[in-house]
Design a protein. Sequence first.
Length: 217
Amino acid sequence: MSPLLSLQQASIAYAGTPVLHDITLTIHEGERIAVIGPSGAGKSTLLQQLYKQSPALCAWCPQELGLVGNLSIFHNVYMGRLAQHHWAYNLLNLIYPQAAERRPVAELIAQLELPDMKQAVDALSGGQKQRVAVARALHQNAHILIADEPVSALDDWQSERVLSLIGNRHRTVILALHDITQALTHCQRIIALKDGRIVLNADASTLTPEQLQWVYD
């Protein structure tokens, strides 16, 4: 089976500084992959590189969130499908959201326990904003979901709900996670980065949290 995404001995620099070195990686249909590693290991750069390979195939949820604060929750989530509609239809939904668009957004908002969809994003907490960004990515209904630390601002209970929702809606998922237990629970394969190199690429069922702690030492 051909991989959906792949890198072959790739070395990647950011702003002229080498970040990733000799990366070889393939992503196949149906895989749920966690990318772990200490801050500065290159996780974000790796995820961005995978997304750039096939943006039409992927939904991207970045750490920076990229929300529009003075717009409502509805409009920020709806942005996930802007490219799927004519500009005139998007303008109509900016002024007067249509029922056909409100329904799927309302469903996501309820599942993520967010406030009324008319509320401005500026009024939300950090954790709520992060869930809006996740909702926007999920709303794209893309083939692959790539998310960079999508639950970093959430408590354990909220994190479990969000990660479960992501897994239920997408067969192929690539997540950068800082919590080892979450990575082992919600993903099938663990890729560990350290100093810009892949130091582990293994089946999650063969690993324990204790076996992964050395990545952060």
